[in-house]
Design a protein around this ligand. Structure first.
Ligand code: ADP
Ligand code: ASP
Ligand code: MG
Length: 444
């Protein structure tokens, strides 16, 4: 059972989440918690300010975070002595490396998990704290660490199995882990979902429950469209495609461990624990609507390389993709013509070096502030009329790139970011004007 930031944002939310766990005690729950809502952002902001020399501002954030945590569990106050030392050291060094970012961010989950154990014990349940940095072992790609599953599985098994069998609730912080050498790492923003799936797979859980602030996977982001529907059931493939293309409700890697062990994943609302949520399983049930949900990834950059050397030549694309490989940057969408290639990126941390390497191959153009809109549904590749229906409803929006047919469940296209909300609202109104009651349910 994973509880996200809003499900542990304050005493009331934590008690509500503890109550949900308590009602399922006979199923031997293993709980994974996120940092208190907003804490990770606060910690990273404090680190950034400190490294910029703005120590006073960084300390103000640390004070506020200490107050919030210590109010819930006074002993967490001790940890802020070390956090302040770290912030001061950042000020002296003037640099906030990915490794230190992970260390600073780890305070969020390290502390929220201690708070959760304390609360659930006070409610009368037996509980044990599992230290993620002792169990979730990863490589050293800071900020996006990859779990080493065999070591992680045996450590989790050893740390938790006997406690679970004796009726104790195991509670671990999500998002964080450590290398074999013990250096703190994180799985990437939103990574607590992934932690929960890793634990579920490691311990062969019956199911993985992601408790959050919405009723389930919706037909679009409810912050963008207010008339969304809940999707009752969706396949692993569809859910991971949506997560990858911006449906923040699920971290994109969450379904991987679940697929391997075929463990169903549920997305549930911790404010409405009686709800049935969204069930994610191997097979999607047949659906009369061609589209299940619309996702959107913003802040996309397009890089276009044009070169007459590409004309009738082989090896050009290899050379081009090698540049992205060399700089560990993944590409989301590609379009090619006779003499040019356009690619989209969401990570621009190495853009300068990438562009300079690409200039060896041809003329390079860069354009930012784009949005990828992604329609996900079953069998889209073989359903006539999807493109006509999508674009027909957007006569005034300029379509910059299109991807269709690469996968059978994804139809996506690129537009200016400023057009994104209006495009999603129009698409939603058209594709979900009528819905299959077997698959969709009113939200709320
Ligand atoms: P948590 O802190 O519980 O992990 P997140 O903020 O990471 O929660 O994810 C939940 C949010 O994801 C929702 O509040 C919603 O705004 C957003 N979201 C985006 N796309 C979708 C979607 N298709 N279905 C449901 N929620 C979505
Ligand atoms: N607290 C982390 C974040 O804000 C991880 C998570 O919430 O899943 O990114
Ligand atoms: Mg999340």
């Amino acid at each position: 059972m994973k509880f996200g930031g809003t499900s542990v944002e304050d005493a009331a939310a934590i008690d509500r989440s503890c109550g949900i766990v308590g009602e399922r005690i006979c199923r031997k729950p293993f709980v994974v918690v996120s940092a208190l809502g907003g804490a990770t952002n606060g910690l990273l902001e404090a680190g950034t300010l400190a490294a910029r020399g703005e120590i006073a501002k960084a300390m103000t954030i640390a004070d506020r975070l200490e107050y919030r945590h210590a109010e819930l569990l006074p002993s967490t106050g001790e940890h802020f002595v070390r956090l302040r030392e770290l912030l001061k050291a950042l000020g002296a060094i003037g640099e906030f490396s990915p490794r230190t970012q992970d260390l600073i961010a780890s305070y969020g989950e390290a502390l929220s998990s201690l708070i959760f154990v304390d609360r659930i014990k006070r409610l009368g349940y037996n509980a044990v704290h599992i230290d993620a940095r002792q169990c979730l072992v990863t490589d050293d790609r800071f900020g996006k660490a990859v779990p080493i599953m065999d070591v992680t599985s045996s450590r989790l098994e050893q740390a938790a199995r006997s406690h679970l069998d004796s009726g104790q609730v195991a509670v671990m912080g999500g998002y964080i882990g450590a290398t074999l050498g013990g250096t703190t790492t994180t799985l990437g923003r939103g990574g607590s979902d992934y932690s929960a799936a890793i634990v579920g797979a490691a311990l062969n859980a019956e199911e993985i429950q992601i408790w959050t602030d919405v009723d389930g996977m919706m037909t679009s982001d409810p912050r963008v469209v207010n008339s969304v529907w809940k999707v009752k059931e969706i396949s692993f493939d569809e859910a991971s495609e949506l997560a990858y293309f911006g449906a923040k409700v699920l971290h994109p890697l969450t379904v991987l461990p679940a697929v391997e062990k075929n463990i169903p994943v549920y997305i549930l609302n911790s404010r409405k624990p009686k709800g049935t949520g969204t069930r994610i399983t191997r097979e999607a049930r047949p659906c009369r609507n061609p589209i299940k949900s619309i996702a959107c990834k913003r802040g996309i950059t397009v890089v276009t390389v044009s070169s007459s050397r590409m004309l009738m030549a082989h090896g050009f694309l290899r050379a081009l993709f090698e540049v992205f490989d060399r700089h560990h940057t993944s590409v989301d969408m590609v379009a090619t013509s006779e003499v040019s290639v356009s690619l989209t990126l969401d990570n621009v941390s190495s853009l300068d070096v990438i562009v300079s390497d690409l200039r060896q191959l041809g003329d390079v153009e860069v354009s930012s502030s784009k949005a990828l809109i992604c329609l996900v549904g079953n069998n889209l590749k073989y359903t006539p009329g999807i493109a006509r229906r999508a674009f027909g409803g957007l006569p005034d929006i300029n379509i910059l790139m299109v991807s269709q047919g690469a996968s059978n469940i994804n139809f996506s296209f690129l537009i200016d970011e400023k057009d994104a909300n209006s495009a999603i609202q129009k698409l939603h109104a058209d594709f979900f004007n009528e819905v299959d009651p077997e698959v969709f349910e009113p939200a709320g």
